[in-house]
Design a protein around this ligand. Structure first.
Ligand code: AMP
Length: 348
């Protein structure tokens, strides 16, 4: 059945027997290749076969204290970028986290069963505390609890996220298990990670030689990026002084460039540069030029669509309104069940 042409009633029936998927991205900057290959391409792939909820995590983004203007423009940008990447609001529910207050209520409940020790031990908390030592707020500490609420409120079965979110997803499973056990219920299914090709969760590296590509790391290539800027960034990427013997193991910065190439270039291109590397004949300048062109070939059509969609405020508002309605309907159903289980229902 093509959901484009069916009424709301048939749309619901069409969705009813499908497993549920949820994932979100913070509106803290432009979407980059890491967001796309770690998460968004799975969103696009899954939208026809699953009951999908994809959201813009504006409450999560408050941990870094954006100005109201930055928050507003960030939300609009990510919404346009989701659509430009091919997420179809007729197939998937696209919504903004703060439009669904039920999530914050579940977050409050789940916080009661989340312990300081386990929250302090999460890698993402330790990393953020290191990155922003002057702003180690409680929202950072309880980030995995809000993420669990995001997932559990829609009873998601699958969560397509990158490797960096593996531990937080494990925490969501832990909180769900704990809640189910505590109240002797099965209200929450246990969410599983989803990867694009059924293999390991991926980590797209940055251009600075080490670590993952990230919005706040200053090492990202954005989908919205101007081709000239992409060329500049790639040509500046960190490498080394070149292999000195055949088949030498690649250093991390060089391995990272190859990883990016595997993501955006053809297998033949990767094999060609691999062979040159193994014969000690590689010129990193050539590799970078090729990599930049392959990235541009991938991002340019998305960039054009982003530019078009950003001009259409009424379409963006319609998508957000439609998504909020559907997300609230699903969220309030779960919240009512949870409240009943906890004992909020009164008999007087
Ligand atoms: P964030 O930008 O931190 O809100 O992340 C949004 C989504 O993109 C999450 O599913 C992340 O796992 C994914 N993601 C972000 N950076 C990367 C990366 N460098 N490699 C793979 N996935 C990533």
């Amino acid at each position: 059945m093509n959901p484009y042409f069916c009424s709301d009633f048939y749309f619901r029936i069409y969705k009813m027997n499908k497993l549920t998927v949820l994932s979100g991205i913070r509106p803290t900057g432009y979407l980059h290749l890491g967001n796309y290959f770690g998460a968004v391409r799975s969103f696009v792939k899954m939208q026809s076969d699953y009951n999908c909820f994809f959201f813009i995590a504006d409450i999560h983004s408050l941990t870094t204290h954006p100005t109201p203007e930055n928050l507003q423009s960030g939300v609009k940008q990510v919404l346009a970028e989701y659509l430009a990447c091919g997420i179809d609001p007729e197939k998937a529910t696209i919504f903004i986290q703060s439009d669904v207050p039920e999530v914050s209520e579940l977050y409050a409940f789940l916080n009661m069963n989340a312990y300081l020790g386990e929250l302090e031990r999460t890698t993402s908390f330790k990393e953020k505390a290191r990155q922003q030592p002057d702003n180690v707020n409680a929202g950072l500490l309880t980030y995995p609890v809000l993420m669990a609420a995001d997932i559990l409120i829609h009873k998601a079965n699958f969560v397509p996220v990158g490797k960096d979110q593996e531990q937080n997803l494990e925490m969501a499973r832990k909180f769900a298990t704990r809640f189910n056990y505590m109240y002797n219920t099965e209200v929450f299914p246990l969410p599983k990670p989803y990867t694009f090709d059924g293999k390991d969760m991926i980590k797209v590296p940055g251009l600075d030689g080490s670590g993952k590509m990230g919005k706040s790391e200053g090492n990202a290539i954005n989908l919205y990026e101007d081709p000239k800027e992409i060329r500049k960034k790639v040509m500046r990427a960190v490498t080394d002084s070149g292999p000195t013997e055949p088949n030498q193991q690649k250093t991390e910065p060089v391995e990272n460039l190859f990883t990016l190439m595997k993501i955006v270039s053809t297998a033949d291109t990767v094999a060609h540069f691999d062979e040159l590397y193994n014969k000690c004949e590689i010129r990193y300048g050539d590799l970078k030029k090729q990599l930049a062109e392959d990235i541009i070939a991938f991002t340019a059509p998305i960039r054009e669509r982003i530019i078009d969609i950003l001009q259409d405020d009424s379409y963006l508002a319609k998508v957000a309104r439609m998504g909020a309605e559907k997300a609230r309907e699903s969220a309030s159903k779960t919240l009512n069940e949870v409240k009943e289980v906890i004992g909020f229902r009164r008999f007087f």
